[in-house]
Design a protein around this ligand. Structure first.
Ligand code: FMN
Length: 464
């Protein structure tokens, strides 16, 4: 739909993505829309109202604004608008919208507007997956003239990976521009709609004569049972979405680090945070794969929808992986498994005797090699795709080639924790995906989500 001449009220609540609302405002203006802004107090802590006032060339509606000069702003603004966009929508304002609380400009406008409303949530993945937010979003989706935009999965500002990102401003504009419907045909094409109420505005509801079972809760025209035109806000889990390339396929991931006991209180381990494994689990899941993870200790948290079994030592991880191998179409060995463990773990805490102590180390089982051996002995009937990881600090190409040849894997993700801002615990890493049938590509810097996407693409290519 042509946004030219449309009057859009932009409600801004207090999340880290507030700065993206500035970009959205500019993009809407470029399309010819007039934009006014209301903000919560929390939002003003992220971006000053002066920025929005300057961009929109209109005073921003604030809780402690010039009430005497404009006492009915909470009515005037929403009634002026053809469309109310809440970007970003915090967990907090979503809860207020769902429960009918109206104690700040953004929630007040939500309650008092009579135009269509589009809500773009943005928050941390744990908040997004919390039962309260899920329930509140579901309530909003069922409001007659409210659309909840999808929160894409990916890297979040807090450093975690998962669902909860703000839909990109350009995508929001594209959605409005094309005015495609989400889970209902709430925003239908102009020819089908009753525009009498607002004349030039975006339509509230389908034309008279369209069949309906449910009267509108806000006095708008009734819902129609027509199917969705563009189900981006679908509640279908990715694993049930037959259109996704990984549908019907299962990936087994190892994640985190292992801890090898020296005595009941001490262990040998490494610095792996598990962030790469979380990125992999998220991207595989988003591509429709059933994702099973065998995870050692790690700080990063997995998104919902992923089955996680916890282990501690390399031998526990080995046994758990071998038990689960049979049903996997692909196995990605992302865990930082200790190569060695103490030959004997003391049953009591080792006392400080002030004399030199030697700990004898013995090799741990090689999980990657045992997996490829198991696959090879199963023959061609079960052609699993196997990807290993190699963290190297020197002679990258030579070590990667040797490890890949010895392991029998289809590819090796070569990575290096050489820069101060990449590798362990960070969101970026230097890496290259070395295929068994190709040369060693030069390592480049990328996010762990980029790395995960490259592995997922490789696995999909191999699975055909
Ligand atoms: C640095 C920082 C970033 C935050 N980012 C978000 C966010 O992205 N989404 C969210 O729902 N809450 C976020 N919060 C929490 C909200 O700011 C907090 O719940 C606040 O009360 C929301 O107020 P509002 O909904 O009235 O704007 C963040 C808080 C801080 C300190």
């Amino acid at each position: 739909m042509n946004l030219a001449g449309k009057k859009i009220l932009l409600g801004v609540s207090g999340g880290i993505a507030v700065y993206k609302a500035c970009e959205l405002l500019r993009l809407l203006q470029k399309k010819g829309a007039t934009v006014r802004v209301c903000m919560t107090d929390a939002a003003t802590e992220f971006v000053a109202p002066l920025t929005f006032a300057s961009l929109s060339k209109c005073p921003v509606y604030l809780k402690n604004g010039a009430v005497e000069a404009r006492p009915f702003q909470h009515i005037d603004f929403p009634h002026w608008a053809d469309l109310y966009l809440v970007v970003p929508a915090t967990a907090n304002v979503i809860g207020k919208f769902a429960c009918g609380i109206a104690d700040d400009p953004v929630s007040l406008c939500f309650m008092s507007c009579t135009c269509p409303r589009v809500v773009a949530p943005a928050m941390n993945v744990a908040m997004y997956n919390s039962p309260a937010v899920k329930r509140n979003l579901e309530i909003l989706r069922n409001f007659e003239d409210t659309v909840v935009l999808e929160s894409p999965a990916g890297e979040l500002a807090c450093g975690e990976v998962g669902q909860g990102r703000l839909m990109e401003p350009a995508e929001i504009v594209a959605y409005l521009d094309e005015r495609r419907a989400l889970t209902t045909n709430k925003f239908t094409e102009p020819a089908e709609v009753n525009v009498a109420e607002k004349g030039e505005g975006l339509p509230l509801a389908p034309a008279a004569g369209a069949s309906s079972a449910t009267p509108s809760p806000r006095g708008a025209a009734p819902k129609t049972p027509e199917p969705p035109a563009f189900p981006v806000a679908s509640d279908i889990p990715p694993t049930q979405d037959v259109s996704l390339p990984g549908h019907g396929k299962k990936v087994l991931l190892t994640a985190g680090r292992t801890e090898e006991a020296i005595d009941p209180v001490r262990y040998i381990s490494n610095r792996s945070s598990g962030k790469t494994a979380v990125a992999l689990a998220s991207v595989f899941y988003a591509n429709g794969f059933e994702v099973e993870v065998v995870a050692g200790p790690m700080e990063a948290a997995f998104p919902g929808g992923v089955a996680v079994s916890r282990v501690q030592s390399a031998r526990e991880m080995h046994d758990a992986v071998m038990d689960r191998l049979g049903t996997a179409d692909a196995v990605v060995h992302c865990a930082a498994v200790a190569d060695y463990r103490p030959a004997h773990a003391a049953s009591e805490k080792i006392k400080d005797s002030r004399s030199q102590l030697t700990i004898e180390l013995v090799p741990n089982p090689n999980i990657l090699r045992d997996c490829t051996a198991a696959r090879n002995s199963a023959g061609q009937s079960h052609r699993q795709v196997i990807v290993g990881f190699a963290l190297e600090t020197d002679h990258f190409e030579q070590h990667a080639k040797e490890k890949l040849a010895k392991s029998g894997a289809d590819a090796l993700l070569l990575n290096a924790p050489v820069a101060s801002d990449s590798g362990f615990g960070h969101d970026c890493v230097r890496y290259s995906l070395v295929r068994s049938d190709g040369a060693v590509p030069e390592m480049s810097m990328g996010s762990k989500v980029d790395l995960a996407q490259e592995i997922v693409d490789f696995v999909l290519e191999k699975l055909g």
